[in-house]
Design a binder for this molecule. Structure first.
Ligand SMILES: CC(=O)N[C@H]1[C@@H](O[C@@H]2[C@H](O)[C@H](O)[C@@H](O)[C@H](O)[C@H]2O)O[C@H](CO)[C@@H](O)[C@@H]1O
Ligand SMILES: [Zn+2]
Length: 298
């Protein structure tokens, strides 16, 4: 956990800020991207908004930590999160407002959404102010967060989107010049559905077509494709650190098993602020989130 301020003049030239909702989101959606930028010398700052107190527990020996029993899952996931960040090489990792300030709201519509510290009910400008403070310290040129649906509709993901976008607005010139939202191209989802058809743990088992999924972006609306396949071992180690959330038989390991494919090793983004830099392929996808930026300008 980074607690001391980072001296502005000690910052590397490229600075990436990621805003996620729960411990484990960072690796599932952006683990390869984070490992890639750490390995190429950029400063990567992860801000996670809750401790994930309301999560499932896939480690039977820890089942009594659950919210309805000892209510210690948040503290345990904090340690999982630190270990996952260590595996990715991310040293600057922070909880929004400090560990425990905002609580995991649970799935949409549950009573836990009304908990007095539930992130879903947080005051937007108060929560954004914590992030503005980090932006003023780090001055990230690039920020990654979720789309307005939080990628799949979880209240904490939707709130993380709102807080991140509000903070970028309030931070003015210290805010990011480019903002990306996590995305999955429809072509990759289609390939994934085909690839998992015969698989025992199939994430697509409950859907007829990819149109039934709460996420998916037309390929032509994707702006960036970040290839982190060389960081296979780091991403898998980071996923294993989140053992309460990602069981050993998770379909995610099936995707990671095909790490060289367009699944876990490659991550995609839409660009919602800033100019798209030079790109490749039929849709001119950027292969670098800092493409087109004048890094000396900040
Ligand atoms: C990836 C992610 O955002 N996970 C959240 C999510 O977890 C889901 C939740 O436990 C649900 O009850 C399960 O059926 C589903 O499989 C899980 O992905 O919501 C949790 C509660 O808010 C959160 O702790 C977890 O990080
Ligand atoms: Zn989440």
């Amino acid at each position: 956990m980074t607690v001391e301020q980072t001296a502005p003049d000690s910052l590397p030239a490229r600075r990436l800020l990621l805003v996620h909702a729960h411990p484990d989101d960072e690796v599932i959606g952006t683990g390869a991207t984070m490992a890639h930028y750490v390995s190429t010398g950029a400063h990567v700052t992860l801000v996670t908004c809750t401790l994930g107190e309301e999560g499932e527990i896939h480690v039977p020996a820890l089942s009594q930590l659950a919210a309805g029993q000892a209510d210690q899952l948040g503290g345990w996931r904090l340690v999982e999160w630190e270990r996952a960040c260590d595996a990715l090489g991310v040293t600057d990792r922070r909880m929004l407002g400090g560990p425990g300030r905002y609580r995991d709201s649970g799935m949409m519509g549950l009573e836990t959404n009304e908990h007095p510290r539930a992130f879903w009910g947080a005051d937007l400008d108060e929560a954004a102010a914590h992030l503005v403070e980090i932006m003023r310290e780090i001055r990230p040129q690039v920020m990654i967060t979720y789309d307005e649906n939080g990628f799949y509709g979880h209240p904490d993901h939707i709130q993380a989107h709102r807080v991140a976008m509000r903070a970028a607005e309030l931070a003015g010139p210290d805010g990011p010049a480019k903002i990306y939202w996590t995305a999955q191209p429809l072509s990759v989802l289609r390939d994934g559905m085909e690839a998992f058809k015969e698989s025992e743990s199939n994430p697509f088992a409950d859907v007829e077509t990819i149109d039934d999924l709460p996420f998916g972006t037309p390929d032509e609306e994707i702006a960036a494709r970040i290839d982190g396949t060389e960081h296979y071992a780091k991403k898998t180690a980071a996923m294993r650190a989140h053992a309460t959330q990602i069981p050993d038989n998770s379909w995610l390991y099936g995707m990671a098993g095909d790490f060289g494919g367009e699944f876990m090793g490659v991550e995609y983004y839409t660009l919602v602020k800033g100019e798209r830099g030079p790109g490749e392929g039929p849709h001119k996808w950027e292969s670098d989130l800092f493409a087109g930026l004048d890094l000396d300008a900040r």
